[in-house]
Design a protein around this ligand. Structure first.
Ligand code: AMP
Length: 441
């Protein structure tokens, strides 16, 4: 199947071919024609399955082909929960619209507000934003949404989890007109969330559910290791990151302090690692992501701030130094590898403190998640006795049809060379003010 079979313009198809993208993934094959037909969409499909293009392609096509409702207001607004993810979407959009006169801006927290006002005065066709800063602009009326044609929420569940319900309502109210189309995407949406969002934001949506949130990812090999204490975890970590098959690696920790501590530790062992946490300035965050995407260093240590924003095909391993509190975040974290049809490995270290999270993830994934051992590094901890689970799953275990993995790109070398996919567009913004909460915004 070709993109033109889905109704996509040949110019866009050529643009994709330049990136080595020749065949639509499953989610694209389903979502693109549905969006082009003007339906609201509610879509769920695996991490790394090509969701971004599934909404960007019909959006760009609309801007190219259809007459605008308003000359001044943005035509397409894309809302993403984290700066990293918004930047990622922006980067893909820029590739798609290269050589056209389509204007796009990104409006993120932590960047210069006045510069954003100036960029918005330029009447962009696309605005890509994180919800907090977007709401600031709407309140100050530096952005109007009455002419908005297409409203897209990427990782909608995370936007809600971060507490942006009010901001969503505000966006919805300000762009509330009969002609607006709304698309909602995620890898992990639960049924209560779907109901609430559908009721409030979507009009007779078409549901495209290509995989259950808790379905095993066939391209990601998952293994778990029991750890007695911090020192034991650190010894295991050092062992794993030194393995030959590790290309680039992302390590997730529970706290910001741990990212810095582990970075120091690994660097002292001669391994090139950098910490990325939400308390860094936005330009520093972007610098680190940029350097990682260029493979200037091998190991990125981060918190859930980066669990949804990174799309690097060179990431061969994800290591959970600590398990995340919510089972859905586990799915997103490990989804930083095994993207676009490539294989990846996810390793999780489970100590006594991680046990409730382990139980929650295990029941969420409906799977045994076997433990493995490393010779010479086996500990005493064998798990805790069952008690009342402290961590709640948010997603029902409903079985959905299987999704196919993203087709491999043509002419891709066996060992993936990192195409520059991570945020690269720093745009010279100086950081203005840092929000205390939530960390991601
Ligand atoms: P996403 O799920 O949108 O983050 O995409 C994951 C990765 O798949 C990104 O690196 C995309 O560039 C890549 N990708 C998206 N669509 C395709 C496709 N049709 N063929 C090959 N790779 C794709």
């Amino acid at each position: 199947m070709h993109f033109t079979d889905l109704g996509i313009d040949t110019r866009l198809e050529t643009q994709l071919a330049h990136q080595g993208i020749t065949q639509p993934t499953d989610i694209q094959a389903h979502a693109v024609p549905t969006a082009l037909a003007g339906h609201d969409i509610f879509a769920q499909s695996k991490t790394g399955s090509g969701k971004t293009l599934a909404f960007l392609l019909p959006a760009v096509q609309r801007v190219i082909k259809q007459k605008a409702l308003s000359k001044r207001d943005p035509r397409v607004l894309i809302v993403a929960p984290t700066r990293e993810l918004a930047t990622q979407v922006f980067t893909q959009l820029r590739l798609l619209i290269a050589g056209t006169n389509i204007k796009a801006v990104k409006i993120l927290g932590g960047e210069n507000f006045n510069d954003q006002i100036k960029a918005l005065r330029n009447d962009p066709h696309f605005v890509i934003a994180t919800p907090g800063r977007l709401a600031d602009h709407l309140t100050q009326r530096s952005l109007q949404l009455s002419g908005l044609e297409l409203l897209i929420f990427d990782e909608a569940d995370r936007i809600l989890d971060l507490g942006f319900t009010e901001q969503l309502k505000m966006i919805n109210d300000l762009a509330d007109h009969r002609l607006r189309q709304t698309l909602l995407f995620s890898a992990t949406l639960d049924h209560a969330q779907v109901d609430a969002l559908s009721r409030n934001l979507l009009k007779k949506p078409k549901q495209i559910m290509l995989s259950a949130a808790n379905e095993q990812h066939s391209d990601i090999k998952q293994s778990l290791y029991l750890a007695d204490h911090l020192d034991h975890k650190e010894a295991l970590l050092e062992h794993f990151v030194k393995q030959e098959d590790v290309g680039q690696c992302i390590i997730f920790t529970a706290t910001r302090a741990d990212t810095a501590r582990l970075s120091e530790l690994l660097n002292s062992k001669g391994l090139k690692a950098q910490a990325l946490a939400g308390d860094l300035t936005q330009s520093k965050r972007l610098d680190i992501m940029d350097a990682f995407s260029r493979e200037n260093f091998k190991i990125l240590i981060t918190t859930d701030v980066a669990s949804r924003g990174l799309d690097l095909l060179s990431v061969t391993h994800v290591i959970n130094f600590d398990l995340p509190k919510h089972a859905e975040e586990y799915v997103h974290r490990i989804g930083r590898t095994g993207r676009a049809g490539f294989k990846g490995t996810a390793i999780s270290l489970v100590g006594p403190k991680d046990w409730p999270s382990y139980k929650a993830i295990k029941s969420f994934l409906n799977d045994e998640l076997a433990f493995h051992t490393v010779e010479g590094l086996t500990g005493k901890f064998k798990g805790l006795r069952d008690k009342k689970p402290q961590v709640q799953n948010k997603v029902n275990d409903k079985v959905k049809p299987k999704a196919k993995a993203a087709p491999k790109r043509k002419a891709k070398p066996k060992k993936p060379q990192a195409p520059i996919k991570a945020p690269l567009n720093i745009d010279g913004d100086a950081p203005m003010r840092r929000r205390k909460k939530p960390e991601q915004e």
